[in-house]
Design a protein around this ligand. Structure first.
Ligand code: 5GP
Ligand code: ZN
Length: 114
């Protein structure tokens, strides 16, 4: 996707502070962190949002959660806890239309909605 900022990060056209990479998944620090640790985990395949997932992507989503677990372990916040958020569509507040999982960690999150 030519105009997608995360596709450009994946291709290396825009620099990012990488945390994890494999053939299908990339994780990097959010440019505007909401918490002391704020990491974005994205599939390298351009999928617009959660509702654009297809049946064949279900394995990939499972792998993303595995990667999140691995990052939590490696970055040292597995035991203290963290939150994973996926914003979807307009009401969900999604700004970048390339599926991404926010990992928020490093402080006690008080702003609980659910
Ligand atoms: P959304 O609001 O779509 O769920 O989240 C998009 C996230 O992408 C935001 O937290 C924003 O700070 C982050 N972001 C936007 N552009 C860039 C960028 O060029 N580099 C990085 N590392 N993060 C970005
Ligand atoms: Zn993209």
């Amino acid at each position: 996707m030519e105009d997608c900022i995360f596709c450009k990060i994946i291709k290396g056209e825009i620099p990012s502070n990488k945390v994890y990479e494999d053939e299908e998944i990339l994780a990097f620090h959010d440019i505007n962190p909401a918490t002391p640790i704020h990491i974005l985990v994205v599939p390298k395949k351009h999928i617009e949002s959660l509702v654009h997932l297809e049946k064949e992507d279900e394995v990939l989503v499972g792998k993303i959660y595995g990667v999140i677990n691995k990052i939590a372990e490696e970055q040292g916040f597995k035991d203290e806890g963290f939150r994973v958020i996926v914003n979807c569509g307009e009401n969900g507040g999604q700004e970048v239309m390339h599926l991404h999982f926010h990992i928020l960690a490093g402080k006690r999150l008080g702003e609980k909605i659910v």
